[in-house]
Design a binder for this molecule. Sequence first.
Ligand code: NDP
Ligand code: MG
Length: 379
Amino acid sequence: MKKIALLGSTGSIGTQTLEVIDENGCAEVETISVYSNIKLAEEQIRKYKPKLAAVMLEDKAKELKIKVADTSTKILCGKDGIISCAVHNNVDTVVTAVVGISGLLPTMEAIKAGKDIALANKETLVAGGCLVMPLAKQKGVKILPVDSEHSAIFQSCNGDSRSLKKILLTASGGPFLGKKRNEIYNMTPAQALKHPNWNMGAKVTIDSSTLMNKGLEVIEASHLFNIPLDRIEVVVHPESIIHSMVEYDDNSVIAQLSLPDMKLPISYALTYPERRYCGTKEANFFDISSLTFKKPDTEAFPCLSLAFYAQEVGGTMPAVLNGANEIAVSKFLNEKICFGEIPELINNVMSKHSAVQNPSLDDILKADMWAREAAEDCL
Ligand code: NDP
Ligand code: MG
């Protein structure tokens, strides 16, 4: 049984990780972290009895400490508290299920402490993959993908990506599939939050509607599987049954299929190389009946091309793409910019950045901060 730190325990991936554990008992929860949702954190503390719980916001941490004073869970706060949860002695695997760049530092510290990583937080690899992957190799720790596409690739190549010719990364296409740029320019947050196949946190749902999510996943895949961009192809597959495919030199294609349910990749990351039932329903192919495929429309969804471009430039540019996107998504959700302005803002910020090659962690964090400020200035 794994002993996990669950960073982002109150989110979509965090709560589904706990559902998987309830279903198949694959892990024990040693530590948890949240941003501010102390109501749910309290319930989780009472049910899972973690040794530590960290709350990002200090006043919320103080409140939680009083609420759970009758338990044995120690409450910590801020970034340092989250890192303490990640590196706790009892933990062997860190489930990184926080959103955005906030995953980077705790993941790096966990790797330094020799913990395996079950990684949902793609932004960590987008911004810092050039540091995270070599560090994991040096420390001999596993980075097990939780993102469904990357789990599918990992499953399809049996964990060994060395002989792949190509990755076929599938995309649902999001709620605006088939629409033209002018038709979606003024779409509202409520419209963009209606994902056809997946129920996820707000940030990744908006990223799915702009196809930035697929762009971030292309970068994530190139780091995880050590494969150049020209060998990653995005295939729009609206049914979300094939979660991605790999192609070999003989043109044989291997895919992983299931109903869309994040519990499956979460469970696989925690039980690998074994498999356990985790609550995902069986796929009935007679009900599904057809699987369809299209090329992505990068004119309507320029975020996908921006991500390819950022990774081609390399260095600090992917961190800038990610930082600018985080600001753009939050401004869109707060109705400060319209849907069509999301790629415009990111493009604007990227065009002002001179990428630093072979960046240090400090260079990446500075580039992220710079991108956020530059995005605010553009507005
Ligand atoms: P949610 O927004 O649902 O949850 C985010 C979690 O992280 C919450 O527990 C939240 O705490 C915490 N959190 C938010 N901001 C911070 C911060 N600045 N510092 C520390 N903790 C923070 O996100 P998801 O679960 O949807 O996504 C998590 C990650 O997994 C993302 O990187 C996403 O791209 C990836 N992913 C998600 C999928 C999904 O199906 N949801 C699928 C594939 C990948 P609080 O509740 O207190 O705010
Ligand atoms: Mg995904």
